[in-house]
Ligand binder design. Structure first.
Ligand code: AMP
Ligand code: ZN
Length: 153
């Protein structure tokens, strides 16, 4: 591996100036934010697999985990694990998935590193997950419940 630079292809690649998640991180684009500090931001997925589906991102633009420093990768997954507790508490889920896609071949749509926290119920067991539609009020209430659970954590 040393000296060899492999690239991960993504035809959806964009720089920070055109990146939706950079815009969300800078407060230039709306989101249902559940957590924010200097380094990371977490917000509800706008087209979720389940109620409470949350995306956890570093604020700094990078496309895949290969673009991140090791400590930042560690911090990102630690935060995702911490947020999963609040997501499960807020939604009454019976399990959760942590998922992170790198490259087009992995179905990465947004070319800014993010970890999915997807709460699941026993009824999801063994089934492929479909996207669901939630109204704005439900997204607002869910993000508020996750923020509240995080504050108790
Ligand atoms: P991935 O396939 O890992 O790149 O997933 C990207 C996720 O970002 C998808 O689940 C989208 O529904 C979600 N997404 C795209 N645009 C937004 C947005 N503006 N706010 C919240 N989530 C978004
Ligand atoms: Zn970005």
């Amino acid at each position: 591996m040393k000296g060899e630079k492999r690239e991960i292809f993504n035809s959806a690649s964009v720089g920070p100036d055109k990146c939706t998640f950079c815009k969300i991180a800078k407060g230039e684009f709306p989101s249902y934010t559940v957590f924010e500090d200097e380094t990371y931001i977490a917000f509800l997925d706008i087209n979720p697999f389940s109620k409470g589906h949350t995306l956890v991102c570093p604020k700094a633009h990078g496309e895949t985990v290969w673009d991140m420093k090791e400590a930042e990768i560690g911090g990102l997954f630690l935060l995702a694990a911490r947020i999963s507790r609040a997501v499960v508490e807020a939604t009454g889920a019976e399990g959760f998935r942590l998922l992170q896609n790198n490259g087009e071949a992995a179905n990465q749509i947004v070319s800014h590193v993010h970890v999915h926290v997807i709460p699941v119920m026993m009824s999801h067991k063994g089934k492929p997950m479909d996207r669901i539609r939630l109204e704005g009020k439900e997204m607002e209430d869910t993000s508020a419940a996750i923020r509240k659970a995080l504050a108790r954590d």
